[in-house]
Write a protein that binds this ligand. Structure first.
Ligand SMILES: Cc1cc2nc3c(=O)[nH]c(=O)nc-3n(C[C@H](O)[C@H](O)[C@H](O)COP(=O)(O)OP(=O)(O)OC[C@H]3O[C@@H](n4cnc5c(N)ncnc54)[C@H](O)[C@@H]3O)c2cc1C
Length: 309
């Protein structure tokens, strides 16, 4: 059984979500290839070739792939699926965009956000905002699977696979026009070791920036937010942590003025250490917190900043 893993990359760097997806793929089959889609992404392919257990790396390049046009990414993968029984894709915002398109065109059911591989046909995935785990067995001849990277250990780097070129797909009617990228010196939210998140309690974008961002910068952390904070315009959309945002599992997650609704917990409850600051002692966030401070963030955060020096 041959399995294709799609690499998560930004044309210059290979993200370690790829290494984690390779670990999941190796539990499905020993025959694992990696597809790198991008533009000017040879360095990414060379990095993917070093991942332990990878048989070969395929590099498909075009301007549309470099800009992550989902229709073109889907067409590229579909063009290769003749040679593979399954494709495993990191469950990133981009992966969740093109994976269902591949499944629709192959006329199979996508298997989304797996957290465990039981055997080559059987997978475990969270349902009901992470409150239950479902074991599903797929009889589809070709499987299209997204992988929750935080659930798998990263594969090591001792390999030396070959790199071959692959044909970039084309898609009628979809082309790259322009993009507006958020520029930040902070670590990427899903890869950060520490995340500081703010909630509705911030009350304004100015307060969010004045309270959450300096603390994050002091800790070298990424910034996250609850959906309430995002919906109110206190924080940008790509900061959202939760069921309909990003799933994070950092070593340390600090939730400030966040109640701990199940949809928020779905995105952060696997963090190793959770710290909650909330003035309501009954807030549900304290049920998952390792350390809880009941108090007004306006007092607690300055004390924390002072203690950090
Ligand atoms: C389908 C669906 C998907 C959703 N997806 C997401 C998602 O991905 N992510 C997400 O976060 N939510 C999501 N939600 C929304 C979720 O249900 C909650 O509404 C949201 O998480 C609440 O955000 P919050 O904790 O910031 O606000 P609130 O629930 O209003 O909590 C604010 C907290 O701040 C505390 N507080 C107030 N003032 C202070 C102060 N001065 N000092 C300290 N603490 C203070 C309060 O005690 C309270 O606990 C989703 C909802 C639905 C229905």
């Amino acid at each position: 059984m041959a399995v294709l893993v799609v690499a998560d990359n930004d044309n210059a760097h290979l993200r370690d979500t790829t290494h984690k997806t390779v670990t999941a793929a190796l539990a499905v089959s020993g025959d694992v290839d990696v597809l790198v889609m991008g533009e000017g992404a040879k360095a990414v392919a060379d990095a993917a070739a070093k991942i332990d257990g990878v048989r070969k790396v395929l590099l498909a390049e075009s301007a549309d792939l470099g800009h992550g046009v989902a229709e073109v990414q889907a067409a590229t993968v579909e063009g290769l699926m003749g040679g593979y029984d399954a494709v495993l894709i990191p469950a990133t915002s981009g992966g969740k965009n093109y994976a269902p398109r591949i499944a629709a065109h192959l006329d199979v059911a996508p298997i989304s956000e797996i957290v465990e591989v039981v055997d080559a046909d059987t997978f475990v995935r969270p349902i009901y905002a992470g409150n239950a785990l479902e074991t599903i067995k797929s009889s589809d001849a070709k499987k299209v699977i997204t992988v929750r990277p935080t659930a798998f250990k990263a594969a090591g780097e001792g390999g030396s696979a070959s790199v071959e070129s692959a044909t970039a797909g084309t898609a009628n009617g979809a082309r790259f026009v322009s993009e507006e990228m958020v520029k930040s010196d902070r670590p990427e939210l899903t890869a950060a070791k520490i995340v500081v998140s703010g909630g509705r309690a911030m009350g304004s974008a100015e307060e969010f920036q004045a309270v959450i961002e300096p603390l994050a910068d002091k800790l070298g952390a990424a910034v996250g937010a609850s959906r309430a904070a995002v919906d109110a315009g206190y924080a940008p959309n790509d900061y959202q942590v939760g069921q309909t945002g990003k799933v994070v599992a950092p070593s340390l997650y600090i939730a400030i003025g966040i109640s701990g609704a199940i949809q928020h917990l779905a995105g952060m409850k696997d963090s190793k250490v959770i710290v909650a600051i909330n003035k309501d002692a009954d807030a549900p966030i304290f049920q998952v917190a390792d350390y809880g401070i009941v108090g007004d963030y306006k007092t607690v955060v300055p004390e924390l900043m002072a203690a950090l020096g």
